[in-house]
Write a protein that binds this ligand. Structure first.
Ligand code: UT7
Length: 325
């Protein structure tokens, strides 16, 4: 049994179709709905997002991200004994997207399951994988955040449809004798189910309710800025580290204003914060893993550095992971 789990490779994938804010303005105008590049940039920091083509599923995006992560780690799919996919936009009601992904990867025999914690999904999944590795249940895990939010957007609701995008990010997490994941902190508050939800379910061969994303933006915003600081301080305290020891903050990419507020509270300059929200939009469970991979492949985030991951989203859920890369 190993004392630690450590990230040995990262990967990500964005579907090729990229929509700028101007493209969204034109798309909404077809339904007589007004929006503008200025509004979207000023309120969210988003300039573009990627949408998957019809016929492409969450597991397809995840597959590309996992192949890149495995290659970076120097591992083959046959060595993977655990797959956890964080997603709110699974391929099917069941089986899990993780099982579908496992089949596509050809990684037969290990455990595979999904985690549903919306935009906090990746920190939830990483925490679960860390625990399974530390207890000896797994040695080589693929931890994935993958989403096709374009399928659940209401393009008649300008307050939400301009904010989200599709994509996937993955890490290989392995048993290690040297510290990798240092501390984790997860929370939920089910009193706030209604402020960010897709209020539909399958019943008798049809969808009952509304299978489209609904968000009370300001309520989510207010809760997010408070809990993200608390989660960051909790993981620092558990690991016996201070905010000055953080090399990189890799936050959930929902809104530049939420990210700036968290960085300010932690006294972190913005050049220590990974930002992809401008180019990816909010990719929910995929966003942290995507941003981590962009930072690693861009040579910004390096081995041995202390990295704080944190996410917040529907549920209401939130959490953080502090790690040495
Ligand atoms: O990923 C999970 C976590 N999610 C989040 O963290 C999202 C948190 N919330 C937010 O990021 C922000 O609340 C939003 C970006 C969603 C909205 O920003 P806001 O500053 O809270 O704007 P608002 O909802 O208060 O809307 C302000 C105005 C309204 O007009 P009136 O009522 O003041 O006349 C909206 O109708 O902006 C209007 N508006 C738009 N105008 C142009 C809303 N959407 C648009 C739009 N284009 N797309």
């Amino acid at each position: 049994m190993s004392s630690y789990s450590r990230i040995t490779g990262t990967g990500s994938y964005l579907p090729p179709k990229r929509l700028s804010n101007a493209d969204m303005v034109a798309r909404l105008a077809q339904d007589g709905i007004e929006t503008s590049d200025d509004w979207i940039v000023e309120r969210s920091g988003i300039r573009a997002r990627h949408f998957a083509d019809e016929g492409v599923f969450c597991s397809d995006l995840a597959l590309h991200a996992c192949q890149a992560a495995l290659q970076a780690a120097g591992r083959s799919a046959s060595e993977v004994d655990l797959i956890i996919v964080a997603t709110s936009t699974p391929d099917m009601v069941f089986p899990s997207t993780a099982c579908i992904l496992q089949g596509k990867l050809g990684a037969v025999g290990g455990a595979a399951f999904d985690v549903q914690a919306v935009c906090s999904g990746f920190v939830y999944a990483l925490t679960v994988a860390d625990s399974l590795i530390k207890t000896g249940s797994a040695r080589c895990a693929l931890v994935v955040g993958a989403e096709i939010f374009s399928r659940i957007l209401d393009f008649k609701d300008r307050g939400t449809c301009v904010l989200f995008g599709d994509g996937a990010g993955a890490v290989v997490l392995e048993a290690s004798d040297t510290p990798g994941i240092l501390s984790t902190d997860l929370h939920a508050d089910g009193r706030h189910v209604d402020i960010l939800c897709v209020p539909g379910h399958v019943q008798g061969g049809a969808v009952s309710g509304v299978p489209l994303l609904k968000m009370a933006g300001q309520a989510v915003f207010k809760l997010a800025v408070g809990v993200l600081e608390d989660a960051a301080r909790a993981v620092l305290s558990k690991a016996g580290k201070t905010e000055a020891e953080i090399d990189w903050l890799v936050p959930h990419q929902a809104n530049i204003r939420i990210i700036q507020s968290t960085a300010k509270k932690l006294k972190l300059p913005m050049d220590k914060v990974m930002l992809t929200v401008d180019q990816h939009g909010n990719t929910s469970a995929a966003s942290i893993a995507l941003a981590l991979d962009v930072g690693v492949r861009g040579g910004l985030i390096q081995r041995g550095q202390t990295v704080l991951l944190e996410g917040v989203g529907g549920g209401f859920t939130w959490g953080a992971v502090l790690l040495t890369l």
